[in-house]
Design a protein. Structure first.
Length: 145
């Protein structure tokens, strides 16, 4: 099994039974979409691997050391850079993301998908605010593409 397939299966296992804001299976609805966007953007295997794993530390029981053991330090550092800490100021979080090229690219596509309000059945004020926030930060991340 190649690294991308391994990351896909790993993410599928750990994101099992999670749903996104639209009530869709988190893995197939969000994780796979972000990975596809990264792959279609022409980025290499490590980028796609990180795309599959981008929320795994933040949203599951997986820890940084687990990622190092299975996928190596370079992938783990990119995933760690994308892992927002509780209470962390968003601008500081984005600073960390932009310190890692792979994380910057994957975060752009993550924000692009998260800001797509067309996938929501009901759009609320908080969804519009999230969309505006992500679109603002996507302009910052665009220079890393």
């Amino acid at each position: 099994m190649n690294q991308i397939e391994r990351a896909k299966e790993y993410a599928k296992k750990y994101h099992a039974h999670q749903v996104d804001k639209a009530g869709v299976d988190y893995f197939s609805g969000h994780v796979v979409t972000v990975a596809q966007k990264v792959a279609l953007g022409g980025y290499g295997d490590e980028y796609v691997v990180v795309a599959f794993l981008h929320d795994i530390i933040e949203d599951t029981s997986v820890v940084f050391e687990d990622i190092v053991d299975v996928f190596g330090e370079k992938v783990a550092l990119a995933v760690k850079a994308m892992t927002k800490q509780k209470g962390e100021e968003y601008s500081l979080y984005l600073e960390r993301v932009t310190s890692n090229k792979i994380a910057s690219v994957v975060k752009f596509y993550d924000m692009e998908h998260n800001s797509d309000i067309n996938r929501l059945s009901i759009v609320r004020e908080k969804d519009l605010k999230r969309q505006a926030k992500y679109q603002h930060y996507m302009l910052i991340l665009a220079k890393y593409l």
